[in-house]
Design a protein around this ligand. Structure first.
Ligand SMILES: Cc1cc2nc3c(=O)[nH]c(=O)nc-3n(C[C@H](O)[C@H](O)[C@H](O)COP(=O)(O)OP(=O)(O)OC[C@H]3O[C@@H](n4cnc5c(N)ncnc54)[C@H](O)[C@@H]3O)c2cc1C
Length: 128
C-alpha cells in the first residue's frame, strides 16, 4: 500500500504531499479497540477519522541496510560467494523482509537472525 500511495503522489495525483485515507466505513467501536493510537493521534490534530477522511503519506521509519546474507547469516559478495568470517543480522542487512518491513517485525528479525549469526560466528571461531 505504501508503494501504491507513493506512486500516486509521485505521479502528481496527491493532495498536499499525501493521499486521502477513508476509514469512515469502519465501525467506530472497531476503531476504538483496534486503531486506538491512530484515532487518538488524529483527534489531537482535530480530525475525527470515524467521520472524515485523513491525509496520509509514507515516511521513512528506519533504514534497511545493503549487506546481503545467506541462511547462516554469512555476508555475501556481489557474486554470491560468502566473505569468510563476516556475519551480519538486523538493520545492517537488506532483503529479509522483501519490499516493505511490516511494523513490529524488526524485533523478530533481530532475535532470529542475531541468534543465527551468533551461532555461525561461534562455529567459525572454533574452526580457525
Ligand atoms: C523509534 C523506533 C521505534 C521502533 N519500534 C519498533 C517496534 O515497535 N517493533 C519492532 O519490531 N521494531 C521497532 N523498531 C526497529 C527496531 O528497533 C530495529 O530494527 C532494531 O533495534 C535494529 O537492531 P539492530 O541490532 O540491527 O541495530 P541497532 O539496534 O541499531 O544496533 C546497532 C548497534 O551497533 C552499535 N554501533 C554502531 N556503530 C558501531 C561501531 N562502529 N562499533 C561498535 N558498535 C557500533 C550501535 O551503537 C548500536 O548499539 C523501531 C525503531 C525505531 C528507531
Amino acid at each position: 500500500m505504501s508503494r501504491a500511495i507513493f506512486a500516486e503522489i509521485k505521479a502528481g495525483r496527491g493532495v498536499d504531499g499525501g493521499v486521502w485515507f477513508d476509514a469512515t466505513g469502519v465501525p467506530k467501536s472497531l476503531l476504538e479497540t483496534t486503531y486506538v493510537d491512530t484515532l487518538r493521534r488524529y483527534a489531537l490534530a482535530g480530525v475525527d477519522i470515524s467521520s472524515e477522511p485523513m491525509l496520509v503519506a509514507p515516511a521513512p521509519h528506519t533504514s534497511l541496510g545493503g549487506l546481503v546474507i545467506d541462511a547462516q547469516c554469512r555476508v555475501l559478495r556481489a557474486d554470491g560467494s560468502p566473505i569468510s568470517g563476516l556475519f551480519a543480522a538486523g538493520e545492517v542487512t537488506g532483503g529479509v523482509h522483501g519490499l516493505n518491513r511490516i511494523g513490529g517485525n524488526a524485533g523478530t528479525e533481530v532475535l532470529v537472525f542475531g541468534r543465527i549469526a551468533g551461532d555461525s560466528a561461534a562455529s567459525f571461531a572454533k574452526m580457525v
